[in-house]
Ligand binder design. Structure first.
Ligand SMILES: Cc1cc2nc3c(=O)[nH]c(=O)nc-3n(C[C@H](O)[C@H](O)[C@H](O)COP(=O)(O)OP(=O)(O)OC[C@H]3O[C@@H](n4cnc5c(N)ncnc54)[C@H](O)[C@@H]3O)c2cc1C
Length: 603
């Protein structure tokens, strides 16, 4: 026996594999709802493709009023507050801190899930190797959730999965192919640059590819209005060279290291082209960082009780079990990436969608393994649907929904499918309460809230309780305003046991107060640093300081709030609850989308 190796066993309720945004938020959502969770992540940090070792922009549904909320907006708000210069390592730390502060989560970093033990259609345990401690872990759990992107548990458990592109015969999708194949979207490595005040030379490493002209890495005939180009205007525009992509025609798992080597050669070659081959106006720019780990776009996809297709995306995805939504265009990458091939050299075609589409809970659990769930880019979708649903704000919503569903399954002692059969309403209520927006489901406020008298007009009261917690393009203005110094008062006929006061502030959907840079307004992350970079700011509309009084007694006071969703435990009997607004982060009025009392006084 090798005494250098340790073996540890852990028993838990939920085991999440993969700590990208989907897995991290799945673990956190379940833990916040009381489940004991082990999160196994094979990298040194959380965040997957958003982490500092890959650095993809978080993107989601198009349209300012469609931006994702819930855990993903909490992460962004925490990051803007604590990391206004958008240092990528601090982004890692912000995400890590969100999970680390929850005592229900055990995070195993540098730990790779390698095997699973099953009994019939049930997973009993998984095995994982922690590189830094020479330790084998066996994790026993009631529910396992695969957020690895690679659906690592599929071949290990016999769970049904798909790999590659569907034929158009199968689902009649416009993005389908004459014949089904094993091609996926490829992998990419990107770089970050910094502007200096002096010329900076660049000597490429000997293995770098050589691109003397644009045509040597491009040469595209634009084949359709949806075709993307190989834009390389790196700089303040923050173009991220996503098209330095390869490997979709290879095995996305077993060939990953071969692809990594070629991608490294290509990304250094592209930087050499920008610096040394022709005038790109980048003399004063220095290379700051190059990834060494390719980001993966696509791998195996599980099969759930429903397979989401392109038609669901185009028609708006009206599912009774809507638990998340997407809205990024269908963005189907050429599997050959930068490699010339006889079909097309267009790096991607990007077909916009008219509206956000709902995603169903039934795409998040296995059709044939009873305690297996999944979230992120490996959910039950076709290749065409994945081309949109894969972006990280959408994956974040999927993770939050999956973790919340797992907690509900655990509390009712049912299977993930049992949540669909009996508790979909409870799942939707929980997600809405935790700040998630669902395009086709409105939130209901508690009966207790509705029984209160408020010191505002009836019209404003209706808006506050209408279950839509953001401006809506089609339904007009939403939200009420109050003056700084004013109060919002709930009065009951008799003293009542009050649970949690829930307040939803305006996060400034225009984002103009957050950043002057268009890219950082979509989601506050930075890749390149120009000399004109201005730190991001907490949205001016978020209420910074306020006090809460129960029957005149101050029970809560906050000096520097920066979150748009705030839950305040009241947990006492009172006849009157009053919130006094003291300041914002710059706006001259208070804008509220919701204020109500959650009936959780027994918790
Ligand atoms: C080059 C590129 C550009 C992209 N551009 C954008 C963009 O601009 N905006 C956007 O929103 N999205 C973009 N995407 C898509 C997006 O990044 C992914 O679809 C998204 O990261 C999926 O999230 P996830 O949590 O499912 O998976 P991932 O982010 O891939 O996270 C999965 C994690 O699981 C870990 N893991 C894998 N196997 C194991 C194992 N056996 N044990 C333990 N851990 C394991 C991985 O290391 C990884 O950290 C891009 C993707 C790529 C590759």
């Amino acid at each position: 026996m090798n005494t250098n190796l340790l073996h540890k066993e852990i028993r838990t309720q939920l085991c999440v594999i993969g700590g990208g945004l989907s897995g991290a938020f799945a673990a956190l959502a379940a833990a916040r709802r009381g489940a004991r969770v082990v999160l196994i992540q094979d990298r040194p940090m959380l965040g997957g493709n958003a982490s500092s070792e890959i650095r993809m922009w978080v993107r989601g549904a198009r349209g300012i009023y469609n931006r994702e909320s819930g855990l993903i907006s909490e992460l962004e708000e925490r990051n803007i507050h604590g990391n206004p210069t958008l240092v990528h390592s601090l982004f890692d730390a912000t995400l890590y801190g969100m999970l680390n502060e929850n005592p229900n989560i055990t995070i195993l970093l540098n730990t790779t899930c390698t095997d699973a033990e099953t009994n019939g259609d049930k997973i009993i345990s998984v095995s994982a190797w922690q590189l830094t401690t020479y330790t084998w872990f066996t994790v026993y759990a009631d529910i396992f959730m695969d957020c690895s992107g690679d659906s690592i548990l599929a071949p290990l458990t016999g769970a049904e999965y798909r790999h590659g592109r569907e034929s158009s015969d199968e689902f009649d999708e416009s993005l389908g192919h004459d014949k089904a194949d094993k091609c996926t979207m490829g992998m990419s490595i990107i770089l970050a640059a910094r502007e200096t005040d002096h010329p900076v030379k660049f000597t490429p490493p000997p293995f770098a590819s050589y691109y003397p002209t644009d045509a040597s890495f491009s040469g595209d005939e634009v084949e359709s209005i949806h075709a993307q180009t190989r834009n390389h205007t790196v700089g303040t525009s923050n173009c991220n060279l996503w098209w330095v992509e390869l490997g979709g025609n290879m095995d996305s798992i077993h060939d990953a290291d071969k692809v990594r080597h070629k991608l490294l050669a290509n990304i250094y070659g592209v930087w050499d082209h920008i610096k040394n081959q022709g005038d790109h106006g980048m003399e004063n720019w220095d290379l700051e960082w190059v990834g060494f780990l390719p980001g993966k776009r696509e791998s195996r996809r599980y099969v759930g009780d429903v397979i989401v297709t392109e038609h669901d995306l185009v028609s708006g995805g009206h599912f009774e079990d809507e638990i998340a939504y997407g809205g990024w265009p269908m963005d189907d990458h050429n599997p050959y990436g930068m490699e010339k091939n006889d079909k097309s050299n267009v790096p991607s075609i990007m077909i916009p969608l008219d509206q956000p589409y709902g995603l169903p809970y039934r795409a998040l659990y296995s059709k044939n393994i009873q305690n297996l769930m999944f979230a992120g880019r490996n959910i039950s979708v076709t290749h065409a649907a994945l081309s949109s649903s894969r972006v990280m704000a959408t994956c974040s919503l999927l993770g939050q929904a999956c973790g919340t569903a797992a907690a509900i399954a655990l509390s009712h002692k049912c299977t993930p499918r049992g949540v669909y059969e009996s508790y979909v309403g409870e799942l939707q209520d929980a997600l809405l309460e935790d700040g998630v927006f669902l395009p086709h489901v409105k939130r209901s406020v508690s009966k207790q809230t509705l029984s209160a008298k408020l010191n505002i007009s009836d019209a404003d009261r209706d808006i506050l309780f209408n279950g839509i917690e953001r401006p809506r393009e089609l339904e007009g203005e939403n939200g009420i305003t109050q003056e700084i110094g004013d109060s919002l008062t709930f009065t009951f006929n008799n003293p009542e046991q009050l649970g949690t006061l829930r307040l939803r502030f305006d996060p400034d959907y225009s984002r103009m107060s957050v950043s002057d840079n268009r890219k950082m307004r979509i989601f506050a992350m930075k890749l390149h640093t120009g000399k004109d970079f201005v730190p991001v700011r907490v949205a001016s509309t978020i209420v910074r300081s306020f006090k809460v009084f129960a029957d005149g007694e101050e029970i809560y006071s906050v000096e520097d709030n920066y979150l748009s969703l705030v839950k305040i435990p009241v947990h006492r009997k009172a006849r009157e609850l009053r919130v006094e607004w003291l300041s914002t982060h710059g706006a001259d009025k208070i804008c509220l989308f919701a204020a109500d009392i959650i009936d959780d006084s027994d918790c």
